[in-house]
Every structure is written in structure tokens, then in C-alpha cells.
Design a protein around this ligand. Sequence first.
Ligand SMILES: [Zn+2]
Length: 136
Amino acid sequence: MTADPRAELLAEPTDADRAYWDGLAEGKLRMQQCGACKHWQAVPESFCFACGSDSMEWKDTSGKGTVHTFITVHQKYHPAFYDLIPYNVSVIELDEGPRLTANVVNIAPNDIAIGMRVKAKPAPVGDRVALFFEKE
Ligand SMILES: [Zn+2]
């Protein structure tokens, strides 16, 4: 089996974001939520970006959201993605609020649309699991 060249591009989990990666391995999109003001944040931190509280908790999101915007890549930018051209790079706005950049998979380039409902679909990349979305 050929190794997936994208696997080398995945960040190694750290103590700050291990709950996110563990969630993906369990098929869930996990994110921090502030225990004080309920703000969800996509970037793991020891404090809330909205109110400054340090009562951040890891929780499972719904994994659902909408395509806020996207591009379709036709150019060869990185060898790890050559075989996937054309592919989309999409900004997904989760129902919880945060926006994430990801690929919407299992969809033809002309079928993706702004406002389309999507759901998280964590999937293997090499021996890791990464975040993708698919049409809901
Ligand atoms: Zn807060």
C-alpha cells in the first residue's frame, strides 16, 4: 500500500489539542467551549477568547454546519495533493459558530455551493484521522 503523502502534513497532537485529535479518531468533531459564557472556539487555548475565563471544556460539537465559502483548486501547489486535483478548499461555519477550513469530500467540483449543509466526516489519512466534511 502506498503511504498517503498528506499524512506528513498533519500536525502532531500536543497537550493543547490532543482532545481534538482523539475526537476525530472516534469519529467526532470535538472543540473547546467556555464554561462561563458558552462561547465555542476552534483554536485550543487555556482561556476563552470571548470573555477571558479559564474554564474551557472539551465537548463534542454537532459536527454540522454550512459551506461559508470555498475555492476549487486546479493548480499544482503541493505534490501531496496532485492526485486530488480538482479539489475544494472550503470554509465551514459550524452550527456552534466557529469557522474551519477543510475539504468537502465525495462531491463533484460543480456540486459544492455556498450555504450547502454539511456534516463532519473524519477519515483516515495514513495512520492518522483528519477532518473532512460531506454533504448532509
Ligand atoms: Zn467565555
